[in-house]
Design a protein around this ligand. Structure first.
Ligand code: IFM
Length: 458
């Protein structure tokens, strides 16, 4: 990676800031039938006709399972100090419970060692949506027992990797698991508009998070830091109409407060409990659950992509509400580019939940990158996207938010779930037929940003 990046580096970060990149297991690993891995709900879902764009699956993806050393070298080239990845539960526990699959554990153990050799902090997420299919067959996250299975799996990982891993995340974007999995049906297991199940799932995800936090504290790795990584979206009403104003408040409760309040305040938001009364939500909650859910965490991961502009939409299964893009140009995902939403969200977390250590565990954008066969892919929009978000993030740092790190989503182009492979988020372009990784301009820019930040030159 010798080429020069463009200028416009962003000052305002401490020298020890955690610069990182982010990925997840099903999106990059491939090798779904290798090393004793069990099946996950995404293997099932992606193979069901009509579920994903062009019928694409994560069967091979970036084949990171075989290219992991090369991928760690790419991270070392960038100079990152944090790698936020996820452990595939079915790779280490093929049926979601019972004995560990040693080959799967070895894969992550070698990955962790490889990161440490390169001076990169391993920051694993325990659950990024690939539930073992065997547990789904017993009811999945709708079944309260799955929370215990998750705690056992988490404890096993603390036991095996906790001698070298000191930062953990429990769940990635529990909102997506619960609501896109059981209301919108865009994500596995692909249930449509089942509110009682979706709410039960959201509660079980939070409960399993709390049980995993407690399992860490009871483990030999008790001093490690742990948190969760919700996707947070500051909300705005589409118009000044009372309906849209109410819609934005409800969406905020639905997406943000539903996960933050129980973890940081020990209760669900009152307005949403009233909203969900008709779905008998409270039947899912047992005495003591909220004390478990609010077990103190050490950090919060924030996945930030865009602000949500909300309006009513009677046909939407999401409480009759929808989010609409409002500003051109949009990213390839059809999302607004709203960097000022990031400090808005972070300052609000500080105000409402206190001075928690925060990692931006995901931020990035898909653009229609094209490789011409050369040594670099030009992606000026992504450079601008990241730079603008870092400028915005520096305002939150200046405002006293304890931001410890920032991870670009994503290191590599990868499998964007139901949207398949044509949504490219990577700092590195992946030529899937050859598995060649080609740096994009944004990779060079990010490398320079990291270097300049460390030396005080940015
Ligand atoms: O690719 C996803 C990731 O798995 C979770 N957060 C959002 C990303 C982009 O859609």
């Amino acid at each position: 990676m010798a080429a020069q990046a463009s200028s416009g580096l962003v000052p305002g970060f401490p020298a020890d800031f955690g610069w990182g990149v982010s990925t997840s297991s099903y999106q990059i690993e491939g090798a779904v039938d290798e090393g004793g891995r069990g099946q996950s709900i995404w293997d099932t879902y992606s193979h069901e006709p009509g579920r994903t764009a062009r019928g694409e699956t994560g069967d091979v993806s970036c084949d990171h399972y075989h290219h992991w050393q090369e991928d760690l070298d790419l991270m070392a080239d960038l100079g990152v100090s944090v790698y936020r990845f996820s452990i595939a539960w079915p790779r280490v526990m093929p049926s979601g419970k019972g004995p560990l699959n040693e080959e799967g554990v070895d894969f992550y153990s070698r990955l962790v060692d490889g990161l440490l050799e390169r001076g990169i902090m391993p920051f694993p997420t325990l659950y990024h949506w690939d539930l073992p299919q065997a547990l789904e067959d017993e009811g999945g996250w709708v079944n309260r027992d799955t929370t215990q299975r998750f705690a056992e799996y988490a404890a096993a990982m603390f036991e095996r990797l906790g001698d070298r891993v000191d930062h953990w995340l429990t769940h990635n974007e529990p909102w997506v698991t619960a609501f896109m999995g059981y209301i919108g049906s865009e994500k596995a297991p692909g249930v449509y508009n089942d509110w009682p199940q979706a709410l039960r799932v959201s509660h079980h995800l939070l409960l399993s998070h709390g049980l995993a936090v407690q399992a860490l504290r009871a483990s030999s790795a008790a001093s490690a830091k742990i948190g969760l990584a919700p996707n947070l979206h500051p909300t705005r009403p589409f118009s000044d109409s009372p309906e849209d104003v109410k819609a934005a408040l409800t969406w905020d409760g639905f997406q943000n407060r539903w996960f933050l309040d129980p973890v940081f305040k020990g209760h669900y938001p009152e307005d949403m409990l009233a909203e969900y009364e008709r779905f008998s939500f409270e039947e899912a909650v047992e005495e003591g659950d909220l004390a478990v859910i609010s077990s103190p965490v050490d950090l919060l991961g924030v996945n930030f992509y865009h602000r949500a502009v909300v309006k009513t939409e009677p046909n939407s299964p999401y409480l009759g509400l929808t989010c609409v893009p409002t500003q051109l140009p949009l990213t390839e995902m059809g999302w607004d580019v709203t960097p000022d939403g990031l400090p808005e969200m972070l300052l609000r977390i500080k105000r409402d939940y206190g001075d928690i250590d925060i990692y931006i565990t995901e931020n990035g954008a898909a653009y229609p990158d094209k490789w011409d066969g050369g040594d670099i892919v030009e992606d000026p929009q992504r450079v601008e996207f990241i730079a603008r978000h870092l400028e915005a993030l520096s305002q939150a740092v200046a405002g006293g938010v304890h931001v410890k790190g920032y991870c670009v989503w994503s290191l590599l182009d990868n499998y964007e779930w139901e949207k398949g492979y044509d949504k490219r988020f990577g700092l590195y372009y992946v030529d899937y037929p050859t598995q060649r990784r080609i740096p994009k301009r944004s990779a060079l820019w990010y490398r320079d940003q990291i270097a300049a930040s460390r030396t005080g030159a940015a």
